[in-house]
Design a protein around this ligand. Structure first.
Ligand code: NAD
Length: 333
């Protein structure tokens, strides 16, 4: 049975997606709507955009995971909960107190709401990050690698994971954790100052600006295409053996930032130049590539999109969204 057949189980289920106006959350919500699920999105629009919430959702709730009065009835009315709302890496570093309140406090609110439902608690998928591995001892990184916390963001995301584990142990809640690695793809807006390197490079290339590399560019990452990350996340809630477990979600391929810039330059007619600029304080992880064997075995999931194909699809989306933006500006003029 392929993953599409398995995902058909979401048809007519009630699903809550927190952070569903964000990059990954909106793609997840879109896939769920396509599968026939009744989707509710909860988002406070700090980095998310309402226009990213798919039209077919049952409800969009403009609110915060920090607020149990909003959250509790939404969790109680759901068959599945996907918890993506968070202050992400760069925004978290700008305001560490709000990262603490949202990433830890917001997750705790979800867990308490689920616990209060007892045996009726829906499966909850918590989206964590491979940032919790910091600079690992061995590559590719398995889920057994000790954590090495190098940023407030990694600290809060791991603290929330720890709460998830505690609630699995004490209350037998059906929770799964997925650790994403550098997700990229359509709808990751380069306009968002906190977005990832792929969108920034693609936009710079399209505008004929240099692609700015922080530091040497020899730092490596494991770039994961959005559709693959969404499929893994959806499967995680459906596999009984996955409950209580943590899974790396990546491509299993190590790519350095210079190589990424080279691949992107190859997609552009004008071969945009590269410029080396100062290393940022958040760029303190030198190498990252994850082992995805556990997800392959347990979730029966494998990433299907090569970096080359994913970059081409992302470029196509960026070009068409730019053209749509230009048409809108022209029609207003
Ligand atoms: N994109 C990646 O490469 C990546 C990597 C590792 C982990 N993750 C995790 O995946 C999840 C989604 O990340 P993303 O890349 O889509 O980021 P994003 O910033 O696009 O999405 C986060 C969403 O959460 C919303 N949000 C923030 N605070 C909130 C609050 N208090 N209440 C309700 N909504 C709130 C934001 O408005 C936004 O829509 C996050 O939990 C992030 O930690 C992402």
């Amino acid at each position: 049975m392929n993953s599409d057949d398995r995902l058909a189980r979401y048809n007519r289920t009630r699903v809550l997606v927190t952070g569903g106006a964000g990059f990954v959350g909106s793609s997840l919500a879109t896939r769920l709507v396509g599968l026939g699920a009744e989707v509710t999105v909860l988002d406070d629009l700090t980095t998310g955009l309402e226009e990213l919430v798919p039209r077919g959702v049952k409800a969009f709730v403009h609110g915060s995971v920090e607020d149990p009065e909003t959250l509790d009835p939404l969790v109680a009315g759901s068959d599945y909960v996907f918890h993506l709302a968070a202050r992400v890496l760069a925004s978290s570093t700008k305001d560490i107190r709000s990262d603490y309140r949202v990433n830890i406090g917001g997750t705790l609110n979800i867990l308490l709401a689920a616990r209060d439902l007892g045996p009726k608690a829906p499966p909850v998928v918590y989206t964590s990050t491979t940032s919790v591995y910091g600079n690992p001892r061995a590559l590719p990184i398995t889920e057994d690698e000790p954590t090495n916390i190098l940023s407030p963001y990694a600290a809060s995301k791991f603290a929330a994971e720890s709460y998830c584990r505690a609630f699995v142990e004490m209350y037998e809640l059906p929770i799964v954790m997925v650790r994403y690695s550098n997700v990229y793809g359509p709808h990751q807006s380069p306009r968002n100052p906190y977005c990832g390197v792929v969108s920034k490079f693609l936009e710079a290339g399209l505008e004929g600006r240099p692609m700015c590399i922080h530091g040497t560019g020899l730092q490596t990452r494991d770039f994961t295409y959005i559709d693959d990350a969404v499929t893994a996340t959806l499967l995680a809630a459906l596999v009984p053996r996955a409950l209580g477990e943590v899974f790396n979600v990546g491509s299993g391929v190590e790519t350095n930032v210079r190589q990424l810039a080279g691949l992107i330059a190859g997609l552009m007619p004008g071969q945009p130049p590269v410029e080396f600029i100062d290393r940022r304080d958040i760029d303190n992880v030198s190498r990252r590539v994850v082992n995805i064997e556990k997800a392959r075995r347990t979730l029966r999931w494998v990433p299907e999109t090569s970096l080359e194909r994913g970059l081409a699809a992302t470029l196509q989306w960026l070009e068409s969204s730019k053209r749509a933006g230009q048409r809108a500006t022209a029609s207003q003029a």
